[in-house]
Design a binder for this molecule. Structure first.
Ligand code: BG6
Length: 493
């Protein structure tokens, strides 16, 4: 059955929060507008606070304007979308308050029933229990959990166990929206759909890998959450480790969740733990201070609302990760993420080794090793740099980019990550979601880093907003005789 033919009821707990307004409602709006979901699908926004449907629609409409874009938001489309939206006042952790929702869902037992928890993860277990106690779990029920699943291994395991006591693993959809991004899926297509890359995808040929997720945004009104979290928990434990897994994993036997998960877990287990001594050398924490981005002055992290004025939470992390297995022994994976950086860019760079013997005379820049750049955003492409001959007399080489420009070849409107993932939830397909063992394996590697930093007790290094992070993060790579990709580009290499 096509997804557009699957009737569903989607209950969004926390629909009026940041995620609901910024990502979920816009994604649902687009799925509606482009006819990707059943006209029969209903969306229930749950709120603890008393309020009217009209008031909710007015607020949702207001914030939609900021997140959907003028050109896409028409009165007609919004009006028909709003007909799907219902507003229900109840306390999601208290089963005895669920009666109004029970009434609305009654008779819909055969429909796909989705509970989307866009709330604090601390509430996941209690909400799951309340849903069960209210008698709302059907065979067609799925529950969607937003990251972060816990703040360390023990809390993640407790959430997984508590939610797992109510729902089967096949019903639990742990979202990592990076897995819904087009280019991330293309990475798998390129790796496993072509024989070309497999022989080079290993330590014999790869010099190192860089994964960067740089944001120009700050904490955007989420200071309360972020100050308890920091960049390692917010981005590395999930999004960046997922990118690392997809880059480093062995080819799975099938494209289903179990097979892919097993390969990802092997990578997570092979990540070398950091010793206390490593932490000083191989990790860099940073925190932004006042600076300017695109000519506009932005406040420092400590001035953000709801952030402790003495906070030592990191808004930037760079790490040198190593994978102790046959394929990747000796190949550093440099991982980096930060808020309030000079550019918004997410990319994976696979830097290959130089040719073993230089045949050609080198001109400016010399003969450059090949490089594969997989850009997730803001633009999407996969580029392979090659050396080719400059036309004309003599054997002078130049760098040429073999460009798989994904966006321009796709045609039509691009799906956003949340749109794709929501469709999978409605269809009940778990391939692009995280299994509990994956989440826990990621925490097993990340938690000792957090503990080690705490023991070291040093503050994050400060960096000006609008830069690439603290200078020490440049040293992390340059000490190994390498450069971050933006420096390679600036140097024209
Ligand atoms: C979220 C983080 O998971 O991902 C945010 O909590 C971050 O802090 C966001 O801004 C980045 O997502 P994207 O899709 O904009 O790269």
């Amino acid at each position: 059955m096509k997804t557009a033919d699957i009737p569903f009821d989607m209950v969004v707990v926390g629909a009026t929060g940041d995620l609901g307004r910024r990502k979920l409602l816009p994604a649902l709006y687009f799925l509606h507008k482009y006819g990707k979901i059943s006209p029969d699908g209903r969306i229930f926004a749950i709120s603890r606070r008393e309020g009217s449907r009209e008031g909710f629609l007015a607020r949702a409409g207001e914030s939609a304007r900021g997140h959907i874009g003028e050109a896409e938001l028409t009165d007609e489309d919004w009006g028909s979308f709003a007909e799907r939206l219902h507003f229900v006042t109840l306390s999601a952790t208290e089963a005895e308050t669920y009666a109004p929702l029970n009434d609305l869902l009654a008779g819909g037992e055969e429909r796909a029933r989705v509970f989307y928890l866009a709330t604090s993860p601390r509430l996941y277990v209690d909400i799951s229990r309340a849903i069960a106690e209210a008698g709302l779990v059907t065979d067609q029920t799925r529950i969607v959990l937003e990251k972060p699943i816990g703040t360390d291994l023990a809390s993640a395991a407790a959430i997984n166990a508590g939610v797992g006591a109510v729902f089967d693993e096949r019903q639990i959809f742990r979202i990592d929206h990076y897995l819904g991004k087009e280019t991330v899926q293309n990475l798998m297509a390129v790796r496993f759909g072509n024989i070309l890359f497999e022989p080079m995808w290993r330590a014999e040929k790869v010099d190192h890998v860089q994964i960067t997720v740089a944001e120009t945004l700050g904490v955007e009104g989420r200071g309360g959450y972020y100050d308890q979290s920091g960049a390692l928990r917010d981005m590395i434990q999930n999004h960046i480790l997922q990118l690392l897994c997809l880059t480093a994993m062995e080819p799975p036997a099938h494209l289903d969740q179990d097979d892919i998960r097993e390969e990802k877990i092997k990578v997570l287990r092979a990540l070398r733990p950091f010793t206390m001594e490593d932490l000083g050398k191989k990790t860099v924490r940073g925190q932004y201070r006042l600076g300017a981005i695109a000519g506009e002055t932005v406040p420092g992290y400590l001035e953000e609302p709801d952030v402790d004025e003495d906070s030592s939470t990191e808004t930037f992390v760079a790490l040198k990760a190593e994978i102790d297995n046959w394929r990747w022994a000796g190949v550093p994976f440099y991982l980096r993420t930060g808020k309030r950086m000079g550019h918004r860019v997410s990319e994976i760079v696979i830097q290959l080794k130089p040719v073993p013997h230089q045949l050609f005379e080198s001109r400016a820049g010399g003969i450059q090793p090949n490089r594969l750049v997989i850009r997730l955003q803001p633009d999407e492409f996969i580029k392979m740099s090659l050396m080719t001959k400059v036309p004309g007399a003599g054997m002078v080489l130049q760098r040429s980019d073999l460009d798989l420009n994904l966006a321009s070849r796709r045609g039509g409107r691009a799906f956003q990550a949340y749109e794709r993932l929501l469709l999978d939830v409605i269809r009940g397909v778990t391939t692009l979601f995280m299994h509990r063992t994956e989440v826990e394996a990621a925490w097993r590697w990340v938690e000792p880093i957090l503990d080690g930093w705490r023991q070291l007790g040093d503050r994050p290094r400060s960096y000006s907003a609008g830069t690439w992070g603290p200078p020490k993060s440049i040293g992390l790579v340059e000490r190994d005789g390498r450069s971050w990709y933006e420096h390679i580009v600036e140097a024209g290499r």
